[in-house]
Design a protein around this ligand. Structure first.
Ligand SMILES: C[S@@+](CC[C@H](N)C(=O)[O-])C[C@H]1O[C@@H](n2cnc3c(N)ncnc32)[C@H](O)[C@@H]1O
Length: 189
């Protein structure tokens, strides 16, 4: 299913990117589920505009995902399942991680289990397509389990020091393509 990061959601993401760009050693970041790399390009452009030292992991199970950063010394594309890819990322290394892959309940729970240990003491954990609130979207979101996974993993996230920080509700827009699908951003530290 097509699911773009909407402008208002991007603004929230950008805010957190500005915060991590100030980290002394430069952040390690990951986007889990990149599809064609539309959001990836925005993330990298934003980091470059802040002259930020960073290292970016893009993860997708689909080989057709973009390879526009091929050859970059600051980015690595990992083709594989999100959980397998997590094994290639050092524990405690990520300052910023967007989870936007398989949106089923089971998969999101598995992604939380896999990526929580990867997160640094000061970090942001972002989840896209959390929207479940609006009945008009029910046909689309019935298959999504992001919000339920976050509810069931709330204790685990809290124990790890993550607190809800920013969110954007899903909203219906005239052009469905540009609808906001809901982002919830957690902050640790
Ligand atoms: C909603 S799209 C990602 C959108 C992207 N973040 C953006 O903003 O443009 C979901 C992506 O997750 C990938 N995906 C689905 N299941 C996955 C899994 N188990 N592991 C890794 N990637 C997965 C799909 O191939 C798809 O490209």
């Amino acid at each position: 299913m097509k699911s773009e990061i909407a402008e208002r959601e991007w603004k929230l993401m950008e805010q957190t990117l500005k915060e991590v760009s100030k980290f002394a050693l430069g952040p390690d970041l990951a986007e889990i589920g990149i599809r064609k790399g539309g959001t990836t390009q925005k993330i990298i452009k934003c980091l470059e505009s802040m002259s930020c030292e960073y290292f970016f992991y893009g993860v997708d199970i689909d080989k057709r995902s973009s390879d526009f950063w091929k050859g970059s010394e600051r980015a690595k594309l990992i083709i594989g399942s999100s959980c397998d890819a997590a094994e290639l990322i050092p524990d405690g290394s990520l300052s910023w991680c967007l989870i936007d892959a398989d949106h089923s309940y089971k998969a999101v729970c598995a992604d939380i289990d896999a990526y929580l240990p990867k997160m640094d003491g000061n970090s942001f954990l972002l989840f896209h397509d959390t929207g479940l609130w609006d009945n008009i979207w029910f046909d689309i979101y019935a298959q999504f389990g992001v919000l339920k996974a976050l509810q069931d993993k709330a204790g685990m996230l809290r124990s790890a020091g993550f607190r809800p920080y920013l969110y954007s509700e899903q909203r219906l827009k005239p052009e469905r393509e540009r609808a906001e699908h809901g982002i919830i951003i957690y902050k640790r530290g």
